[in-house]
Design a binder for this molecule. Structure first.
Ligand code: NAD
Length: 475
């Protein structure tokens, strides 16, 4: 089941021109459990041509037709629930409960949200005898990372399809099987030939030629800042539109009236969920100086209840990180934190006892972190909390905003006016007060080096549209 050496191009599974494959590793066992095609520039060429051949036709498709497609995708996605959960548990090493309750649900929610956004979406506005139209941009290249396999792909696919754009998807080579199942879903539902194409492979072999192809009008990318910057550079050659969802180093501010136990619980989950591999992780925890010791005790009490282990075990709530490179990167940050003078309160270097095989990391907490330290400034992408202190609200906001990133921000406390003041003072695109659940029609994206553009719901549809004005359209 987990072997797919073919690409999905122009409505069919076809051989890759490269004839090469990539082994896909299960991070919990460090062993290969499947293979995919190692695509090349010729595969990208075929896929882009297929998408380009039908982009005008699909742009003219009716909104009702695209709603039907999205409805079909939602119901087939539900039919493939068990397969999606199995694939994500194996390829990402996410605990099976999170694969079901978080990853599976997020993908589903984005297809539904785009479909619902079409109910009220205005693609055309009359101004006198003239019209302002929003029309699909054409061929979009979608490049996604490994940390949320269904979520990141569904966000882009749902927005593009709802807008009427044709696509070439290049998922992460670390977690390709959720995307392969999505391709099977699109095929079953009858998404027209050429509208959706999937090219598997690595960044240089597939991502690079896709992002510089002249027929690709837009690249929608989620991943690291380094890759985002390369994509933007390539796109500048022919002024392609780019939409970038990048990293973060988000503050979690605990106010002085907060219930410390509840705040500690929330703060711990903001760094350990998905093994900390979350772009909106609240990895800088800010607590009033006077409450530091009490808060650290609460955090220690909470974090020791995190059950790290085999993702297939339903009692586990934290699995491994994705691969050896990520494991080594997190270990390096833990070393740097200590070398720069932060106090290690919990966890630390090495693997948790009894978990020698697999890329497992000890949930780790540092206190006495200064905001200039590497562990306060760089995205670790692992389960590491940095606790910083502040003396008053102005200082908390100053520290929170003193970062190159601006993806998310969290504030936790009781006084609503203060919560709102902090929320509106944070330089970030996604703010959460007291863990209030986000609804799927809210825009998602970052300020500063966290990205360009917004995704989800109607904002996600807008990303794939161009604006055209036609004078004399009516008489
Ligand atoms: P990455 O940048 O290494 O890879 C992302 C994708 O880009 C992969 O599909 C990869 O194959 C491809 N790629 C690599 N080099 C390329 C190139 N030269 N040209 C075109 N494509 C190329 O990122 P990753 O390691 O998969 O993901 C982790 C990073 O992504 C973290 O920094 C994280 O913060 C960020 N991220 C951001 C968000 C967000 O929404 N803001 C969401 C998830 C992850």
């Amino acid at each position: 089941m987990f072997n797919q050496p073919k690409q999905y191009i122009n409505g069919a599974w076809v051989d890759s021109h490269s004839q090469e494959t990539i082994a896909v590793i299960n991070p919990a066992t460090e062993a290969a459990f499947g293979t995919i095609a190692k695509g090349n520039a010729q595969d990208v060429e075929d896929a882009v041509q297929a998408a380009n051949n039908v982009y005008l036709e699909f742009r003219h498709s009716s909104i009702d037709y695209r709603k039907q497609l999205l409805d079909g995708i939602v119901s087939e996605y539900e039919n493939r629930k068990a397969d999606l959960i199995e694939a994500m548990t194996l390829e990402l090493g996410t605990p099976v409960t999170a694969a079901e309750n978080v990853h599976y649900e997020m993908g589903l929610a984005h297809f539904k949200a785009a479909r619902d956004a079409l109910d009220d979406f205005q693609f055309q506005e009359r101004r006198g005898n003239n019209v302002v139209m929003k029309e699909a941009i054409g061929v979009a290249g979608l490049i996604t990372p490994w940390n949320f396999p269904t979520n990141q792909t569904a966000i882009k696919l749902a927005g593009a399809l709802a807008a009427g754009s044709t696509v070439v998807l290049k998922p992460s080579e670390e977690t390709p099987f959720a995307a392969i199942i999505l391709a099977e879903i699109f095929d079953k539902v009858g998404v027209p030939q050429g509208v959706f194409n999937l090219v598997n492979g690595d960044g240089m072999g597939v991502g690079n030629p896709l992002s510089e192809h002249p027929l690709v009008r837009m690249v929608s990318f989620t991943g690291s800042g380094n890759t985002g910057s390369k994509i933007m550079e390539k796109a500048s050659a022919d002024f392609k539109k780019v939409s970038l969802e990048l990293g973060g180093k988000s503050p979690f501010i605990i106010l002085d009236d907060a219930d410390l136990e509840a705040a500690a619980d929330a703060a711990v989950h903001k760094v350990v969920d998905n093994s900390g591999q979350v772009c909106i992780a609240g990895s800088r925890t800010l607590v009033p100086e006077s409450q530091k010791e009490a808060f650290i005790e609460q955090v220690k009490a909470k974090i020791q209840t995190i059950n790290v282990g085999d993702p297939q075990d339903s009692s586990v709530n934290m699995g491994p990180v994705i691969n050896e490179k990520q494991f080594n990167q997190v270990q390096e940050f833990i070393k740097i934190g200590q070398a720069e003078g932060a106090t290690l309160e919990f966890g630390g270097e090495g693997k948790p006892e009894g978990l020698e095989t697999g890329y497992y990391i000890k949930p780790t907490v540092f206190s006495n972190v200064d905001n200039t330290m590497t562990i306060a400034q760089e995205e670790i992408f692992g389960p590491v909390m940095s606790i910083l202190t502040y003396s008053d609200l102005d200082e908390a906001i100053k520290i929170a905003n003193d970062t190159k990133y601006g993806l998310a921000g969290y504030v936790y406390g009781k006084d609503m006016e203060t919560l709102q003041y902090v929320a509106t003072s944070l330089e970030a695109g996604v703010i959460e007060i007291n863990e209030a659940p986000r609804s799927w029609d809210l825009p998602f994206g970052g300020y500063k080096q966290s990205g360009i553009g917004r995704e989800w719901g109607d904002f996600g549809i807008e990303e794939f549209l161009e604006v055209k004005s036609i004078s004399g359209f009516f008489n």
